[in-house]
Write a protein that binds this ligand. Structure first.
Ligand code: SF4
Length: 501
């Protein structure tokens, strides 16, 4: 593998919190999960992990870094051995499987102890868990358990799920996992590994994607994105529904609901704008086509006289294509990315940042010099890197720069698993488009409207979360359920589900 150059880049792109994957029963489960993690690397580049079941016990390995950095061939072989039942051990009653996780931290911070899957041993046996999303009431639950004297190994919100699962209140119910999930508020797409099965679940609002697949050998798998199914050679079967738990075991796939889907679903529209792989189909819609259509909608809303359209690589490429097609302007690539530049966690000086941006993205002066260019990007978060890029284009001799963004201004932080920085760090927070234009140093600036963005989505517009643009969080994120109410087990998170086991 070619090594990557790690530069002091302050990467102000939004970061998703994680991707999950699970394979049950396939003899190659570990390698398939490894491939799936590779395919979902864009969902989390801070840590990666795999937990395996041999039908009796669980084992895991997780560490900081990109998937190929964490998993050496030796580590993969060790996990594959852990999938075998040791000689002299009692016969396994299940074939076993594996789950995997890519992580970028939001709640909990960047620490190796937070790398997932988390593996814990409860009174009912071992359990490993991988979580994509963010629990709005995770901190409230943590305080409740901490006051009861429970110990935590991590600072992540995911660990409270295991504590809930192991609680006497949940264990006393016929379906402890369902009872546990009903106590959670916020975004979660989960894979939970037990010795005899994988349970995959999605929150009732459907914030994050989760899909079910069928492997060539007939075994079942689950992943955050369809691109992982493609890489594993699996067929897409269906999405896991909001509020559903899907069990993957030697008996095949079984489904039950721990809660009905929320009346107003909240599928993250930003998965289509930026996060998900363009090769994936998310919420039943091709990400690549959605991005092209966002660009086309932007061209209709914000046309401009120019010589050509160019993308901000790589994320603005699909929208730039759509903008060019709809506007009739030529499409050209005036910025070339350096694919060998990795990311780092070192905070750079201003000078280092400038050098890093220049090394990561090179402007082709022969293309932009003397030209009126439309630059299309998918989003702006802090704006600092965008400003550097615009300066580079200007320095290369562009006559006019018209910046077009294929989503509305991001004015609010995300509480559902995306790291957008704090409200004050968002360039659009309490600033007008004209303020931002002046800061970025471009001749014109336009964002796609929220209506325009939602008009290209497959489902009706009320089914999508738009909180980072609109501030409509759907649930009370400022006042998550109070500790004392939680402690008394009185939280009617899903009143419709009351009485369900
Ligand atoms: S706030 Fe934005 S990024 Fe977060 S879930 Fe909603 S749409 Fe997605």
């Amino acid at each position: 593998m070619a090594s990557r150059i790690h530069l002091p880049i302050l990467d102000d792109r939004p970061k998703d919190k994680c991707g999950v994957i699970g394979v049950w029963g396939d003899p190659d489960a570990v390698r398939l999960v490894y491939l799936g993690l590779y395919a979902q690397q864009h969902r989390g580049q801070e840590s990666a992990g795999i937990a395996v079941s041999n039908g009796i016990d669980l084992e895991n390995y997780a560490g900081m870094g990109l998937v190929p950095e964490v998993f050496t061939p030796r580590e993969i072989e060790r996990l594959e051995r852990a999938r075998q039942v040791p000689e002299g051990e009692r016969a396994a009653t299940a074939t076993g499987g594996a789950i995997g996780h890519n992580r970028y931290s939001t709640t909990g911070g960047s620490k190796s102890c937070n790398a997932q899957p988390l593996l814990e041993t409860t009174v009912d046996g071992p359990v490993a868990i991988g979580h994509n999303g963010n629990l709005v009431n995770g901190e409230a639950w943590r305080r409740v358990f901490a006051e009861q004297g429970r110990l935590f190994h991590t600072t992540s919100d995911t660990e409270v799920i295991v504590h809930l699962l192991a609680s006497p209140e949940q264990r006393a119910t016929p379906d402890p996992l369902a009872a546990t999930l009903r106590k959670l508020q916020g975004a979660f797409s989960l894979v939970v590994l037990f010795p005899d099965r994988i349970e995959a679940a999605r929150d009732p609002w459907g914030w994050r994607p989760l899909v079910l697949g069928k492997l060539p050998g007939g075994r079942d798998c689950v992943a955050s994105e369809t691109v992982a199914l493609d890489v594993m050679g699996a067929e897409f079967v269906r999405e896991v529904e909001p509020g559903e738990i899907v069990t993957l075991s030697d008996a095949g796939v079984e489904s039950r609901h721990f809660a009905p889907p929320a009346e107003r679903l909240a599928m993250c529209v930003f998965e289509h704008v930026y996060f998900a792989s363009p090769a994936s189909s998310v919420f039943g819609q091709s990400v690549q086509l959605a991005r092209e259509n966002l660009g086309a909608a932007l061209a209709k809303e914000a046309p401009v006289q120019a010589d050509f359209v160019m993308p901000m690589p790589d994320s603005g490429r699909s929208a730039a294509n759509g903008y060019a097609r709809a506007s009739g302007l030529p499409y050209r690539e005036g910025i070339v990315p350096n694919r060998y530049v990795g990311r780092t966690f070192i905070k750079p000086t201003q000078q280092e940042r400038r050098a890093a941006v220049r090394l990561k993205l090179n402007v082709v002066a022969e293309i932009v010099s003397g030209q009126r260019v439309v630059v299309v990007d998918d989003s702006i978060v802090r704006g600092t890197t965008t400003r550097e890029k615009m300066k580079q284009i200007r320095d290369a001799g562009a006559k006019e720069i018209h910046l077009r963004i294929s989503c509305p201004p991001i004015r609010h932080p995300c509480h559902f698993g995306v790291d957008f920085a704090t409200r004050d760090q968002l360039i659009a927070h309490e600033r007008t488009v004209e303020d931002i234009r002046r800061f970025l140093g471009v001749d014109s600036l336009a964002f796609l409207s929220q209506e325009g963005m939602l008009s290209v989505m497959r489902h009706e517009s009320g089914s999508y979360c738009t909180a980072c643009f609109s501030g409509d969080y759907r649930i009370d994120v400022e006042h998550p359920v109070a500790d004392e109410v939680v402690a008394k087990n009185q939280i009617p998170m899903f009143p419709e589900a009351a009485g369900q086991a």
